[in-house]
Design a protein around this ligand. Structure first.
Ligand SMILES: *Cc1c(COP(=O)(O)O)cnc(C)c1O
Length: 243
């Protein structure tokens, strides 16, 4: 099994390097966040042995078991990223477990995360999850048609302004999920739109947003071509998830 994970990580680096070549980017600007949900601790340790330093989980219950267990088994614990929807009433557990949250999807949740981080004397790096495609099934701040619809834009800008006032959160960027399709011609415009939105926000509000979290196992090369700084492969590193 370790051979598999090490080999998949090597392939991942080759694919990242090729995408960076096409886009004229430096691979050092891409951070791999290995999504380890539903994979055992042994697989995480193997990925660490293959050089992966960042891991992502999407469910609090699972993370509450795995994160401390991994910490006990290594001298240099990885950086943990929360990438799944967080119920408000569970927000208090997040700052002590995760260093970064990609899935801040409401001002209400952000306020709670800031309050609990403050209680713990921590500052939490967060990304705003953005629903670009407008699908009902997706969480996130609604940004469908933000370029043409002024009311969508106004709401979004106001929400970011509110978030920037929260003392214990550092807003570092934006995250999105592409539609679950195989057609890259449908996926690419979503990634491109997120990059455009980031530029518009940084140009008009006094803020730097270095991070764009986009791209999963099926679409990370396209995400890199469109400017991703954090990619979130799961299957491409660990193989199929046990269900
Ligand atoms: C599961 C998940 C991933 C990884 O998906 P793969 O298709 O296995 O690469 C990435 N991001 C989020 C938010 C996820 O929930």
């Amino acid at each position: 099994m370790s051979v598999d994970i090490a080999a998949r990580v090597a392939t991942l680096h080759e694919t990242i390097n090729a995408a960076c070549d096409r886009a004229g980017r430096d691979p050092a600007g891409i951070t791999i966040v290995a999504i380890s949900k539903k994979h055992p601790q042994a697989a995480i340790l193997e990925a660490m042995a293959a050089g992966i330093r960042h891991f992502g989980e999407n469910r609090l219950n699972e993370a509450q078991v795995k994160i401390p267990a991994i910490a006990h088994q290594t001298d240099t614990p990885p950086v943990w990223h929360m990438v799944g929807h967080i119920q408000s009433r569970k927000a208090k557990h997040i700052p002590g477990l995760f260093q970064r949250v990609h899935s801040v999807d409401s001002v209400k949740l952000a306020r709670r995360l800031s309050r609990f981080a403050q209680d713990d004397d921590l500052t939490l790096d967060v990304l705003l999850e953005i629903n670009i495609s407008g699908e009902d099934s997706k969480h996130g701040f609604l940004a469908h048609n933000w370029q043409s619809d002024e009311s969508v834009r106004d709401a979004l800008w106001q929400q970011l302004r509110d978030l920037l006032t929260l003392p214990a959160l550092r807003v570092t960027g934006l995250m999105t999920m592409a539609p679950f399709v195989d057609d890259m011609d449908q996926i690419r415009p979503v990634f491109r739109d997120l990059a455009t939105l980031r530029r518009a926000l940084t140009d008009s509000l006094d803020v730097t947003l270095p991070d764009l979290s986009m791209g999963m196992s099926n679409d990370y090369p396209v995400a890199i071509e469109e400017g991703a700084t954090l990619i979130r492969p799961g299957t491409a590193i660990f193989g199929p998830r046990q269900v």
